[in-house]
Ligand binder design. Sequence first.
Ligand SMILES: *Cc1c(COP(=O)(O)O)cnc(C)c1O
Length: 349
Amino acid sequence: MTFDLDKLVRANVRRMKPYSSARDDFQGKASIYLDANENPFSHLFSRYPDPHQGELKAKISALKGTQPANLFIGNGSDEAIDLLIRAFCEPGRDNVVIPQPTYGMYTVSSETNAVEIRPVSLTSSFDLNAGAVLATCDSHTKLIFLCSPNNPSGKVLSTEAIERLLTGFPGLVVVDEAYIDFTGMPGWVPRLREYPNLVILQTLSKAWGLAGLRVGLCLASPAIIQVLNKIKPPYNINAATQQLTLEALNYPENMMREVSELRGEREKLAASLQNLPGVNRVFPSDANFLLIQVPNARSVYERLISVGIVVRLRPALLLYGDCLRITVGTPEENQNVLRALSEILSPSA
Ligand SMILES: *Cc1c(COP(=O)(O)O)cnc(C)c1O
């Protein structure tokens, strides 16, 4: 298999010139800035944010053990997903392959961009069947979206199966590692140099607890990152987000402490759910949520809502039917959800 990034990029994207601001020509420190029609009086956020997110990229890439040139920052990973589709998939002609069930945004972004979706089923243990994925690809397949740990199953996808796709598929293999910090595993970032077609998505929305700021990461070769930079809205990461994220990143030990507590809670919650009469199945999870199979999941879901507890209903998953996905909460929240479930599922109720 040969990988040719230039051939993969849409022709219009390859040809276009990106939007350029004066801050692209001049990156030093000036005494007077009259280039961007900003309000000159002193307000907290009167100036446009750094379009290159220089400081933020330096900090995040150091934390991830990579280089700023390997990093794209999006307004959530959802922006990176959308930009990948728009950069590489010709509407009405190209397609993306998506092993299912998985995160919904790959499908939503593909449909928004009029890009054909080719679904493939994960195995009954929610693992990846690399042969089936490769058999679904054709010469117009540009992207394969993998989610590991997978949402909603919670399980990491097999390394060997992903390696088979990376070596056997000439397009981009996107591995969404939104939950990687909960796995205790290194994930795919240390292997970026091995695979020119590997694209990794991560986010500060989950383990880092910054969902409200919208910071998504895309890690890939500098050539792929340049394509995304070329088409991104220039000021996609606002100044408040850049500032507050830089501050939060100073305390990785907070993140690690919370992750470690949540992993402990995950195991306790899984064991308690397993022992709850009426719970048919608790799927093994490497993430900060648990997928469970209960009879009449939809009515259980509605009864939980009626007592003020919101979980996620995941309908018609493979052979398991309707399931519930429960985020691991604080110890107290987990106790409450267990108590509510045990009342709802008890035969006398
Ligand atoms: C939560 C989640 C994301 C995060 O998206 P953001 O836009 O960065 O908040 C990405 N991928 C998956 C699979 C998720 O579950």
